[in-house]
Design a protein around this ligand. Structure first.
Ligand SMILES: NC(=O)c1ccc[n+]([C@@H]2O[C@H](COP(=O)([O-])OP(=O)(O)OC[C@H]3O[C@@H](n4cnc5c(N)ncnc54)[C@H](O)[C@@H]3O)[C@@H](O)[C@H]2O)c1
Length: 448
């Protein structure tokens, strides 16, 4: 039996090497679509699965819905066989299934694994012997073993089981976290080492061979749980360090010290210090959410993750701090917040991305409105903002033509395309929560 399994894994590796392996990617979002395109660039035939019919139809007509991915890249991939579908029966025709579906928090701030569960239930009936299923969604340690595998085994009409060692046949399972930093072009995606944890040595070998074809380096770890925890450590490290500089920023303001000058000086140390920057609060699908996946899991072990909770507290308070600083800045101009006209500059959770998820700008707009301000916004990536999981704004963006009509321009996202010199020149008052006006000298600027 061991020989049969060995030859199955080596046949798979051969198919990867000669590019005849077919790749199925589930979830054509910010993670899944770029991954599909990377495989296509390497001449693999890729099928993208998504339950969103609009995304499927846009991809099949050669169009993109993510700003940084031009339609020409989708059309180039189509030439290598890329297509999208909502039909899960097509899972049977692929050799590797890679899951990139959302992992948000529910209304009680607990992990919402419904997307992973739904995906696993949809895949299970179509699983074949020898296929590998790899989970990429960020989640707590134990998800692959405790949630994904049981659903795949139970929903599988052929009664296939996960192969755990060299002697057992079945399907293979691994976890490999997505580690990209959207909007950060300093490291090519291929150069981000790919961490992989397999259920057994064959799964690790197969997953490493799939990813080895598109990434320059793979980093094997002993179990899926170790790979799941690696991703959380990385994001918790960011979350805690951002909270630290957010707290120090508030102290520096009281002490009349420029925190950005301090960070720039500290980062000249050639070892032992990595620069993190303060801002108006955390956003995005990862850093504000992922740490709480671990906090939740830790409770099952009767363990309190105090660093995570404290960092969460500091970061969640930042939009309130920005609004308080705006009240003070208006006050200095003998202007009350109630009735003040405020333009929020930038909605995206960070600069140069078309992603609004968990953005602090949404909380800031709501807080400003609650305090009676008349709020408008501008963001080149969002001409309109409607309803989302945690907001209901229904606003259209405005132009930057007549900035003098606002009592205050509040910089929340420092998009590169903005001309900050002109914005300061044309505005009555600028509150800058991102240090976007660094180097511009003007009494109109209040940095917070
Ligand atoms: N966006 C990032 O920068 C980033 C970085 C690292 C890790 N991650 C992680 O990657 C995962 C995916 O994130 P994302 O940003 O790509 O999310 P996304 O919302 O952009 O994309 C997810 C896609 O999955 C689809 N989907 C949902 N349920 C489905 C189902 N049952 N079957 C098929 N398709 C389904 C959705 O329609 C959507 O298109 C998350 O766990 C996230 O934490 C994201």
């Amino acid at each position: 039996m061991a020989d049969v399994v060995t030859s199955e894994a080596s046949q798979f590796t051969q198919k990867v090497e000669n590019r005849s392996a077919r790749i199925g990617i589930i979830g054509m979002g910010y993670v899944g679509l770029p991954l599909a395109l990377l495989f296509s660039e390497e001449r693999f035939a890729v099928t993208g699965f998504d339950i969103d019919a609009k995304k499927v139809s846009s991809l099949n007509s050669g169009g993109s819905y993510i700003v940084r991915i031009p339609g020409t890249e989708i059309q180039a991939a189509q030439k290598h066989g890329f297509r999208a579908t909502s039909d899960y029966s097509e899972i049977a025709s692929v050799d590797a299934v890679i899951i990139c579906v959302p992992t948000p928090l529910n209304e009680h701030h607990e992990p919402d694994l419904s997307y992973i569960r739904d995906t696993a239930s949809a895949i299970a009936p179509h699983l074949r012997e020898g296929q590998i299923v790899i989970l990429e969604s960020t989640t707590y340690p134990g998800t692959t073993e405790e949630v994904l595998i049981p659903i795949l085994e139970e929903g599988n009409s052929r009664q296939l089981r996960v192969s755990r060692d060299a002697a057992s046949k079945g399907f293979y399972v691994a976890f490999s976290p997505e580690r990209e930093d959207p909007g950060n072009d300093t490291v090519a995606r291929r150069d981000i080492p790919k961490v992989v944890g397999g259920v057994g040595s064959r799964a690790l070998e197969m997953a490493s061979s799939v990813y080895g074809s598109i990434f320059n380096r793979t980093v094997p770890v002993s179990t899926p749980a170790a790979a799941e925890m690696t991703k959380l450590l990385e994001n918790i490290y960011r979350c805690v360090n951002i909270a630290l500089v957010n707290e120090l920023k508030q102290l520096c303001h009281r002490m009349d010290i420029d925190i950005f000058e301090v960070i720039d000086a500290a980062k000249t140390k050639p070892f032992g210090f990595q620069a993190f920057y303060p801002g108006p609060g955390l956003g995005g699908h990862c850093i504000p959410i992922d740490p709480f996946y671990l906090s939740w899991k830790a409770k099952q072990y009767d363990f309190r993750t105090k660093f995570i909770e404290l960092a969460g507290e500091v970061n969640v308070a930042m939009p309130y701090y920005v609004v308080d600083k705006t009240v003070e800045a208006l006050n200095e101009q003998s202007k009350a917040m109630k009735g003040a006209k405020i333009l929020v500059l930038g909605l995206a959770y960070k600069k140069d991305v078309d992603d609004l998820r968990e953005s602090p700008s949404l909380t800031i707009i709501e807080l400003l409105k609650d305090r009676g301000a008349v709020v408008a916004y501008n963001d080149p990536y969002f001409p309109y903002v409607g309803r989302g999981r945690h907001y209901d704004l229904e606003m259209h963006g405005v132009s930057l033509d007549n900035l003098a009509q606002y009592d205050c321009v509040l910089i929340v996202t420092d998009h590169s395309d903005y001309d900050y010199q002109r914005i300061v020149a044309d505005s009555k008052l600028v509150v800058d929560s991102r240090n976007a006006t660094k180097g511009i000298r003007s009494e109109k600027i209040v940095r917070c």
